[in-house]
Design a protein around this ligand. Structure first.
Ligand SMILES: [Zn+2]
Length: 457
């Protein structure tokens, strides 16, 4: 009965299509699925009859778990190292040496640490775009580590099939057919995990794939029914590379030519774009992962998210890797998203708390084709949620409006309980199955070990 329970005396911010708030009510979940949302008395009766563990939600609010649509968990070992650099200088100095020397023990520690940190910030679904494969078997290490902590994972298997002329080391360049056969194998190996572990194809960026690499990606995606995610238009480099290397007018022409665009594509960043690109995104149904902290940290620019939303393009939120953010915390990303776009538009109504929460939940779920399962609190969906306790820390107390409070004044200490797939992972501020501080100490040790290996290389 571990994936079963009920909560009463609370307010549920459902994020369902009507944006319903169930006040003074509760919710029941069984076998990992939400089976009832409604009045306290009905929930209490249900819990009594079935002898379910009951949470008292007095003074608390229940939100759907946040969906982080773009991360690189291995970068948790690199926090702070990439400070004050441009994207083009940051990659070779910070990411490349670590990606080349990454071992299973480093990745395991980073993935556990980064996942614990993400869950503390209310995330329940993580898209990990794992592109550092200097040795075989790292995909399994990542998937097993995230699963051990208990988060729902969309594993985006990253790869590059070219790019030596842009400074990519040979050890990180793979043949697409080897990548695809690994994904086929992983799908078989993790089949019983169903919606807890899903897969995406993650070609790294336009300077890391040639035309045939992208066309092969489209072919495999169509054949296997696996969605694609890729760093796109992060800076001006995409357009420059496409002109110089492929002799086309711009990156959009190249993406059309290689048939990459489609409603199964999640484009990450999308900063250096204008009306032409956004119209094409709408036409093809391309979704966007907005990563404002990374864009600000690397000064890549401001993604025109308001224009995207006006066009009804699906936009989810991501933290990106900790090397360009320094945390996997989505609470911080929500606040920064709101502030950035208010300032960019010189209009405080341009990006509201409710819009931001939508991007961090149901829109993020749509961006990764998981909206049938997660992103809102509705009967039939997975029991993925967190309990927000405003008086759990000074930052979020007092609370007049739970959505505004969560977006603008919450912190990890305001997230009291996190349930994923009906399992309680964080219970009243404590991880149930894992010693959190031991995991962070191990992460620090592994970060030092990796840095030493880089220095010795
Ligand atoms: Zn990224």
């Amino acid at each position: 009965m571990k994936r079963t329970g009920a909560i009463v005396n609370t307010t549920l911010i459902t994020m369902d299509p009507q944006r319903k708030r169930a006040e003074q009510g509760g919710m029941v979940w069984e076998e990992g699925e939400i089976v009832f949302i409604g009045e306290n008395q009905a929930v209490k009766r249900w819990a009594q009859q079935k002898k379910l563990p009951l949470i008292d939600g007095t003074g608390r609010y229940v939100f759907p778990g946040l969906v982080n649509t773009h991360m690189h968990l291995f970068q948790n070992l690199l926090k702070g190292l990439g400070a004050d650099l441009t994207l083009e200088a940051w990659w070779p100095s910070t990411i490349k040496p670590a990606a080349m020397l990454l071992e299973a023990k480093h990745l395991q520690a980073a993935a556990v640490g980064g996942t614990l940190e993400a869950i503390r910030g209310g995330s329940t679904t993580l898209v990990d775009y794992m592109y550092a494969h200097p040795q075989e078997g790292l995909s399994e290490v990542l998937i097993d580590a995230v699963s051990q902590v208990g988060a729902r994972l969309m594993y985006a298997r990253g790869y590059r099939n070219t790019g030596a002329d842009y400074g990519f080391p040979k050890v990180l360049i793979e043949r697409t057919k080897d990548v695809f056969s690994e994904i086929n194998r992983l799908q078989r190996d993790y089949e019983e995990k169903q919606q807890m572990v899903s897969f995406m194809l993650a070609p790294a960026a336009v300077w890391a794939l040639d035309a045939s690499g992208l066309m092969d990606t489209r072919g495999f995606a169509d054949e296997a029914g696996i969605p694609i995610t890729m760093h796109m238009f992060e800076t001006k480099t995409d357009n420059v590379v496409c002109r110089e290397r492929f002799g086309v007018k711009d990156a959009l022409s190249f993406f059309k030519q290689t048939r990459l665009l489609g409603d199964d594509l999640l484009a990450v960043h999308v900063v250096d774009v204008g009306a032409r690109e956004l119209d094409a995104f709408l036409e093809y149904g391309v979704k966007v992962s907005h990563n404002p902290v990374a864009n600000m940290y690397l000064a890549s620019g401001i993604s025109p998210v308001i224009d995207m939303l006006k066009r009804n393009i699906v936009v989810g939120l991501g933290t990106d890797g900790a090397a360009s953010n320094n945390t996997t915390d989505m609470l911080e990303t929500m606040k920064i998203t709101a502030l950035l776009h208010k300032t960019a538009a010189l209009d405080p109504t341009a990006m509201t708390a409710d819009k931001v929460l939508g991007m961090a939940t149901i829109e993020g779920a749509k961006a990764i084709h998981m909206e049938e399962y997660v992103g809102s609190l509705e009967v039939g969906k997975k029991a993925d949620f967190f309990v927000f306790y405003p008086d759990g820390c000074g930052k979020s107390s007092p609370c007049h409006d739970p959505v505004a409070s969560l977006v603008y004044s919450s912190g990890q200490q305001s997230i009291e309980t996190v349930v994923i797939d009906g399992r309680t992972i964080l219970d009243k501020g404590k991880f149930v199955d894992l010693d959190e501080h031991e995991a962070y100490e191990r992460q620090s040790n592994m970060a030092r070990d990796l840095m030493q290996k880089i220095q010795e290389a």
